[in-house]
Design a protein around this ligand. Structure first.
Ligand code: ZN
Length: 268
């Protein structure tokens, strides 16, 4: 009996120590700035970072360290991965969580193709199962991994045209932190879910209708496919064309601003 109690206590101590040690490592990584060389690479690969207010830039660097410590990158079809790719993807992914406690807890793997890649989709409707092959530039799986085309990742970060595959796929990762990818991410304590739902459901309906009528829209037509896609495409605009999104859909901008605790319209 004594041996059992001893083993139980030893096990509990070990778990407590492991938790403490992980927290220590996490705090150290978050407090650590990037090296000058890494900083220059990030600024060159993701120019948007240069617009961030100084306090957010420090937070971003700590989160990039944490991200790179947690996530492994693999090249597909012998594609070789280098530090610029890792830093670029980490910086873009961390921009979405730079000012909140949200984190990609279950993400461990990022797969990178040189360019667009083929993906197999299996869909079931009743007893009918169909398999389709589609060409994609990015994919986000529930609880990870994320799959990206490097060609489109690099272009997306260089041009602030409202299209950014990394923001898109990581918006899905954030959406999925609630357990479902349904356009309803976990909100902070003071963020009213009824407001979120009202704004997003009506904005999605409006967009869906505009696309159906063949009208030109600021928001990518792909967002009309489903509300979770609408969420992902407006996240791309929120960071890359905040003024246009605020003008077009002020309530959507306001909701995203509350979600990310950011106001990109004010970044110079
Ligand atoms: Zn999507």
């Amino acid at each position: 009996m004594r041996l059992f109690i001893f083993l139980l206590l030893a096990g509990a101590c070990f778990l407590l120590y492991r938790h403490w040690s992980r927290q220590q490592t996490k705090a150290k990584l978050l407090a650590q700035p990037l090296s000058q060389e890494e900083r220059e690479t990030v600024e060159d690969a993701v120019p948007l970072v240069k617009r961030l207010p100084p306090e957010l830039r420090l937070q971003l660097e700590g989160k990039i360290n944490l991200f790179l410590n947690q996530v492994k990158f693999y090249g597909c079809n012998d594609f070789e991965i280098d530090d610029r790719m890792r830093l670029s993807i980490a910086a873009q992914a961390c921009l979405l969580v730079v000012n909140t406690d949200s984190w990609y807890d279950t993400l461990r793997t990022i797969l990178i193709y040189e360019g667009a890649f083929k993906s197999r989709n299996i869909e079931q409707e009743g007893y009918v199962i169909t398999e389709q092959e589609t060409v994609r530039i990015g994919e986000s799986w529930a609880r990870g991994p994320v799959i990206l085309s490097w060609e489109h990742t690099e272009k997306g970060a260089q041009h602030h045209d409202g299209h950014n595959v990394v923001f898109h796929e990581f918006a899905h990762q954030i959406d999925n932190l609630s357990g479902h990818t349904d356009g309803a991410p976990l909100l902070h304590r003071n963020h009213d879910f009824a407001d979120w739902k009202r704004v997003f459901v009506s904005a999605f309906d409006r967009h869906h209708n505009d696309v159906k009528q063949g009208r030109r829209t600021l928001i990518d037509a792909y967002g009309a496919q489903a509300i979770e896609e609408y969420f992902a495409v407006v996240v791309e605009l929120f960071f890359e064309r905040p003024i246009d999104l605020q003008y077009e859909e002020p309530e959507v901008y306001e909701q995203l601003s509350q979600l990310f605790k950011l106001d990109p319209m004010t970044w110079q």
